[in-house]
Design a protein around this ligand. Structure first.
Ligand code: IPE
Ligand code: IPE
Ligand code: MG
Length: 258
């Protein structure tokens, strides 16, 4: 059941929230002698597969990094294709997502997108808002530093307008202004494509996430690869600052001594 190549997962302590840095599209295409944009199109099929996997396996929330705030610096043609692909996928997939009870949210600084794309996003979110099978977040023009900054700015406005004082700001208050404040914290953060970095993804929300890096390029990330990541997560001991002994006591239903 938990075999390495198995497509099934051990349901003992499943991650509630999985976030994925979907990296490696460009290299996948280059290995085939094709343009990088070909890799992004193949990446869209892997997105569909990952969403279905999360849904079937009872993961509550899946957050996919589709376009970072730094990705605007790529060649103009690549950015253009990525924007077009984003709009096409939204058009094509929303019916299917809705049919399967997926609630879709797009997180990031959406003000940089065309008005038309912003309107499509708004409609897709409104249409799927009442669904509760899976919460799917697509991070687009997202940056973890931007997210923390916009939360701080929103709180500063509250102070400016006399609705809060600076002393009222604590971790949970700031968290309530951040993207994904209505999702559990990230349990498992996966990065495909072989690089070992976070690339300004969910900095705040991943504070205690288990990190999982694999060499698989994103278009090749299939059910077996996803199951392997989840099974690796399940086998880890999360301690949250406690000792291993304390964790064992809690798992056995006991309470901690002072
Ligand atoms: C990730 O794949 C997708 C985006 C960043 C939009 P890349 O395009 O970064 O692929 P590599 O890392 O160059 O192979
Ligand atoms: C991270 O991938 C962003 C996305 C997957 C959307 P990049 O390919 O942009 O990351 P870096 O620049 O190599 O760190
Ligand atoms: Mg990359």
């Amino acid at each position: 059941m938990t075999g390495k190549d198995s497509q099934t997962i051990d349901t003992a302590v499943l991650p509630r929230h999985v976030a994925i840095i979907m990296d490696g599209n460009g290299r996948w295409a280059e290995q085939r002698g094709k343009a990088r944009t070909h890799g992004h199109k193949a990446g869209a099929a892997a997105v569909r597969r990952a969403v279905a996997f999360a849904r079937r396996n009872g993961i509550q929330a899946l957050t996919l990094f589709a376009f970072s705030s730094e990705n605007w610096k790529r060649p103009a043609v690549e950015v253009k294709v990525l924007m077009e692909l984003f709009a096409t996928v939204l058009n094509r997939e929303v019916d299917e997502l809705h049919k399967h009870g997926v609630q879709l949210r797009i997180v990031g600084d959406l003000s940089k997108f065309s008005r038309r794309l912003q309107e499509k996003i708004r409609q897709a979110e409104a249409r799927t808002a009442a669904n509760c099978e899976l919460r799917l977040n697509i991070a687009a023009n997202y940056g973890g530093q931007w997210d923390i900054m916009q939360a701080a700015r929103t709180f500063a406005r509250e102070v400016e307008q006399g609705r809060a004082t600076a002393d009222q700001l604590d971790e949970s208050t700031l968290a309530s202004y951040m993207c994904l404040h209505d999702c559990p914290a990230v349990d498992l953060l996966i990065r495909t494509g072989g690089d070992l970095r976070i690339s300004n993804f969910l900095l705040w929300q991943s504070a205690y996430a288990e990190l999982y890096f694999c060499d698989t390029l994103w278009p090749d990330f299939d059910d077996a690869a996803f199951a392997q990541a989840v099974n690796c997560f399940v086998a880890r001991e999360r301690r949250f600052g406690l000792t291993s002994q304390q964790i064992k006591t809690l798992m056995a239903g006991g309470t901690l001594e002072d």
